[in-house]
Design a protein around this ligand. Structure first.
Ligand SMILES: Cc1cc2nc3c(=O)[nH]c(=O)nc-3n(C[C@H](O)[C@H](O)[C@H](O)COP(=O)(O)O)c2cc1C
Length: 335
């Protein structure tokens, strides 16, 4: 409640209300906190709750992770477990450093408890991330996932080499890798979810470390079924469902104007759709492919329903913006 009544209004008014400005400010503060062991320990005591489990051969101290995109360059890694997370997914990172789309590119739809973003994989590149991770002072204490995407300058038919270049640079640093073929903000990227593209991509990447595929909520069930066949054939370790949606359903009237912004929608309007995707994957594979459920988890009940739908692990992004670390604690206390 303190977060929603006191902290959130302040964060939302930073940088003249610009959402990305608030994000940058917060990340810089969390990066500073990451260098202060006493503060980390105090936060950890307040927010971290153990609920260990082993999924795709990796031990997770609790099942609630930070979703990709929040800390793309791994600037504040120690802060996330201190804020209650049982794993962290950095990235999406690309082989080439790139600036992303022009600003503004991140919008809050407050009455809808939602966000629209068209960041476009702004990141410092795989080599820079590898350098930062290699220089990290000590182990994180929770599994680190690394999300890989395609550089904007790379044509689609050279995508495999591009993902592979990032993977090679980073493979010693991640406990699992997420193949992001579902961001709506890189032209053509989502077509890598097709059978032939995905088959080639997984053939190149699956090997030493667990590789998970992150899917869009806008795929039809037959398209997901086909994708799952490829994932099973090629030995993917699991699925991450879902990324943001291009749909604009379920928005409050006050947010209708903002809904016209291009990009992917996350948060409350995605809750039911993401859960349906998780349930479909779980059913279709008979539970053979573990699923990380992500999308519109803003309340512990959303998390319970996601687990009931078959998710082995969860991730938060928009729920963390609107509820803060008490959401992480509330979910992990319950599980
Ligand atoms: C600002 C923003 C940036 C994101 N960047 C990425 C990204 O780089 N890679 C990725 O796989 N997903 C990215 N996502 C998607 C989230 O990881 C998550 O799948 C999605 O937002 C749904 O979860 P949520 O409703 O809890 O936010 C981003 C989401 C937001 C809001």
């Amino acid at each position: 409640m303190i977060f929603e009544k006191v902290v959130r209004p302040r964060l939302f008014s930073l940088a003249g209300g610009d959402a990305e400005g608030a994000h940058e400010w917060t990340l810089a503060r969390l990066a500073a906190v990451s260098r202060q062991p006493a503060v980390l320990a105090a936060l950890r005591a307040a927010y971290f709750r153990p609920a260990p489990r082993t999924v795709f051969g990796v031990r997770f101290p609790n099942p609630v992770g930070l979703a990709a995109g929040m800390d793309k360059n791994g600037l504040a890694l120690p802060a996330w477990p201190a804020l209650g997370f049982g794993f962290v997914e950095v990235g999406t990172v690309t082989a080439h450093a790139q600036p992303g789309n022009p600003r503004p590119r991140l919008f809050r739809l407050r009455d809808s408890e939602a966000v629209i973003n068209r960041m476009g994989f702004n990141n410092a590149g795989a080599a820079a991330l590898a350098g930062r991770l290699a220089a990290s002072p000590r182990p994180l204490g929770v599994p680190l996932g690394i999300s890989l995407g395609k550089s904007k300058v790379t044509p689609l038919d050279e995508a495999v080499e591009d993902y592979l270049a990032s993977y090679r640079a980073l493979k010693d640093h991640g406990d699992y890798f997420a193949v992001n073929v579902s961001s709506p903000n890189t032209p053509g990227l989502r077509s890598l979810q097709d059978r032939s593209h995905l088959d080639a991509l997984l053939a190149a990447l699956v090997g030493e470390k667990p590789v998970l595929v992150k899917i869009a909520p806008d795929l039809t069930e037959p398209a997901v079924a086909e994708l799952l066949e490829v994932c099973l054939d090629r030995g993917a370790a699991g699925l991450i469902a879902t990324n943001t949606t291009l749909a604009r359903d379920g928005l409050a009237p006050a947010d209708r104007e903002r809904a016209a912004e291009a990009g992917g929608l996350s948060g409350r309007p995605l809750t039911a759709r993401a859960r349906e995707m998780v349930a479909f994957v779980h059913r279709e594979t008979g539970g053979r492919l573990p699923v990380i459920g992500v999308g519109g988890i803003l309340h512990p009940d959303d998390a319970t329903r996601m687990f009931d739908a078959g998710a082995a692990l969860l991730q938060l992004y928009t729920g963390f913006i609107y509820r803060g670390p008490s959401l992480t604690r509330a979910i992990t206390t319950r599980t």
